[in-house]
Design a protein around this ligand. Structure first.
Ligand SMILES: [Zn+2]
Length: 486
């Protein structure tokens, strides 16, 4: 029996204005309101009701691909979806429940709260991201997660140790992130420096590339034949196949958004593969429950699926880019500016948190973990509830600065970077009496970040697009007015 697992990673960079919590209209996404809405309509919603055609091109049935595929969705996207696309959100939750009934293990994987490159975080920040992510998963899917998806599949030993310490039993990686991986796509076992164990599933990279960038989505049946290993044939091949896993992992927007009707190819493939007698269409957790990872592997660390240089794409000019005519000399100084700002904000949180929460015998780190862990926005009783809320929101905004999107693209002046700077401005607005001095140092650091052409800097972008120039109530009113224009 061979296992076939298709993993779908659902993520959109949070586009909500940090002050309003709403997304401004993006005209280039028309007819949709914004890009998140566009991808939801063309991919996420389409995957929940994908048409399977008969030989004459008539719709034979409509299937929920999430019920047959492994998937993860970032908590920030799920929060948007629960509000803006409740039917798709309900489909994800129902698919997890249906897969538990069918396989004994749900299709959904947890995701850290923010789409952060975990190896770039301190252990403390890793812990918070993982705890918030697990708590969000528990609230939405009503169970403990078996696996967790790491953004950009970026891992190092500490990341895996933190996952394992929180009961996560597996994650998914690209094959180049492992050495000595067992044959046949079977999971390897990683023993962490902290003395814990976690299973690592390497997906089939050539196949994933063929799905994402090649022509495989033009023909679901041909794809099914490939997944099922039908060309091998014969009893010997079946023996060799016993316990093997053919898995594909891509971003979910591959289906529908990047490739029109890709969701139909996926649905057709899943149906055709499920009809094969020696194939089981299932999820990673079900595979692992039947056949635990017993072969030790070596980890290439830090590493990720989208940067051959490790995790450099999110901090240096490593050479990763889409357009060779662009320069990424801005990456390292932007990372340095953000790291310095985060250092200052985190020190304030630690110091004032120890003072305020310490009066109640509480550790500020534990208070932060509980903030989005035990419920949403839980602030413990203190003598100054506004101060307490400010500190926690500031720390939350500080963590949001780690969202990967700002560093991934080619150029400095992009929506992702502007959003990062707006979250920085929001964090600074919560930074108390020292905020003007902290902001001056931040802008000075941003002025060392060159934009293309050399005429502007990240400091200019911050002042023009992020720093609040008007009192908050006026900004709020203007923002609401902008949102309501059709
Ligand atoms: Zn790179």
């Amino acid at each position: 029996m061979r296992s076939v697992v298709v993993h779908l990673h659902l993520y959109q960079p949070p586009r909500e204005d940090p002050w309003l919590g709403e997304i401004e209209r993006e005209p280039e996404a028309a007819p949709d309101h914004d890009w998140t809405a566009r991808v939801e309509r063309t991919s996420y919603r389409a995957l929940a009701a994908a048409r399977v055609l008969d030989g004459e091109g008539r719709v034979r049935r409509v299937v929920d691909a999430y019920a047959r595929a492994s998937f993860d969705a970032a908590p920030t996207l799920l929060a948007w979806m629960a509000d803006q696309a409740p039917a798709t959100y309900a489909a994800l939750v129902a698919a997890d429940r249906a897969s538990r009934a069918r396989l004994g293990h749900g299709n959904a994987l947890a995701h850290p709260y923010d789409h952060a490159i975990l190896p770039l975080l301190s252990r403390r920040d890793k812990v918070t991201e993982v705890r918030w992510g697990i708590a969000d998963f528990r609230r939405r899917f009503g169970r403990e997660p078996d696996g967790m998806w790491c953004p950009e599949t970026a891992v190092d030993d500490e990341t895996l140790d933190v996952l394992a310490a929180h009961g996560i039993r597996f994650t998914v990686v690209a094959p180049h992130q492992l050495e000595g991986a067992p044959a046949g796509g079977r999971p390897g076992r990683w023993r962490t420096g902290g003395g814990r164990e976690i299973a690592l599933f390497p997906y089939d990279d050539p196949l994933a590339r063929e799905v994402a960038f090649g022509g495989l989505l033009r023909d679901g049946r041909a794809w099914a034949a490939l997944m099922a290993g039908l060309m091998a044939g014969g009893a010997d091949a079946e023996d060799a196949d016993e316990g093997s896993v053919r898995s594909v992992a891509t971003v979910a927007e591959t289906y529908g958004h990047h490739h029109a009707q890709g969701e139909m190819a996926l649905a057709a493939m899943l149906e055709a593969a499920a009809a094969e007698p020696h194939v089981q269409v299932e999820n990673f957790a079900a595979v692992l429950a039947r056949r635990p990872a017993v072969d030790d592997v070596r980890l290439v660390a830090p590493s990720s699926w989208s940067c051959p240089h490790g995790v450099e794409r999110w901090r240096t000019d490593c050479g990763c880019r889409a357009d060779a005519a662009t320069s990424q000399a801005w990456r390292a100084p932007l990372r340095a500016a953000v790291a310095a700002l985060r250092g200052t904000l985190d020190a304030r949180f630690a110091q004032e948190g120890a003072q305020l929460f310490g009066e109640r015998g509480l550790d500020p780190r534990v208070v932060r973990d509980a903030y989005l862990g035990d419920g949403v926005g839980v602030v413990p009783d203190t003598r100054d509830p506004v101060w307490a809320r400010e500190l926690l929101e500031m720390s939350r905004e500080s963590l949001r600065l780690e969202a990967s999107g700002a560093w991934y693209g080619d150029t400095l002046d992009r929506p992702d970077v502007r959003m990062l700077l707006r979250h920085a401005a929001r964090a600074l607005a919560l930074a108390g009496p020292q905020a003007p001095a902290i902001e001056r140092a931040f802008v000075q650091a941003l002025d060392a970040v060159p934009a293309a052409g050399g005429t502007t800097t990240a400091g200019d972008l911050y002042v023009r697009h992020a720093r609040p120039a008007l009192p908050a109530p006026v900004r709020d009113a203007a923002g609401w007015a902008a949102l309501r224009v059709d």
